[in-house]
Design a protein around this ligand. Structure first.
Ligand code: ZN
Length: 234
């Protein structure tokens, strides 16, 4: 095989190595973004729970005030009842005591409910806080692990690119210009051998005479079917 073709095929092989490393480097940004998103979710959950807690605590205070008002009124009702002597007044005072008692009991039930609710939300907030703290504690390790992977890949990339540049110098300038332009656009294999007189990428045939000349001169031809760069070997 012509030395220039051999050099071009080596260049293509090294470009595959370079592109594979670039693909791995490109995959790193989403990993960091996923970490950010995970933390944001944990933080949002904590924030929402704390909002719920504030609202429930406010409600608890309101119900608490209401119950203590009921209780004071009920104390007055009972005192009033103790004071009355006459039967008719006693009946009225008694029904007031009964009504007040019901209000107070209902209020106390509401208070117990809201207290249980506040305790539940507080517990949930505590859990979310722990998740977030745990996340922050391990976050730095995860990030530096990813950063280290990125640095290693970048070193690998620099080495592969310098190997690539070394090989590129062995490829004639005009051939390289055509190859580089196509490679940059497609970022995958663009040089294909003729196989049994046809393009090995798309199977379009090349006239026998032309194939022979390509083999003798070691030149490239664009495939009429797929546009890939074809070479022939004798
Ligand atoms: Zn083709």
């Amino acid at each position: 095989m012509h030395a220039q073709l051999e050099a071009l095929l080596s260049l293509q092989a090294e470009d595959d190595v370079v592109d594979a490393i670039v693909t791995r480097i490109d995959a790193i940004a989403p990993r960091l973004a996923a970490l950010d998103a995970e933390r944001a979710t944990a933080a949002r959950q904590l924030e929402q729970t704390l909002d719920q807690l504030l609202a429930a605590e406010q409600k608890q205070r309101e119900i608490g005030h209401l119950v203590s008002e009921h209780r004071q009124r009920q104390d007055r009702n009972v005192a009033q009842f103790d004071l009355v002597k006459r039967m008719r007044e006693a009946e009225a005072a008694l029904s007031q005591v009964e009504a007040g008692k019901k209000l107070l009991l209902d209020g106390e039930n509401d208070l117990r409910d809201i207290e249980a609710r506040v305790a539940g939300i507080r517990q949930a907030a505590e859990l979310h806080r722990e998740v977030l703290a745990e996340f922050d504690a391990t976050q730095e390790g995860k990030r530096s692990e990813i950063e280290a992977a990125r640095r290693a890949l970048q070193a690998e990339l620099a080495a592969a690119q310098s190997t690539r540049d070394g090989i590129a110098e062995r490829v004639p300038k005009d051939m390289r210009a055509i190859y580089d332009k196509m490679r940059e656009r497609r970022r995958t294999q663009v040089v294909y051998p003729l196989a049994y007189g046809a393009c090995s990428a798309c199977d379009t045939s090349v006239p026998v005479q032309r194939g022979k000349q390509m083999a003798i001169r070691g030149t490239l031809e664009a495939c009429e079917g797929c546009g890939m760069l074809l070479y022939a070997t004798e």
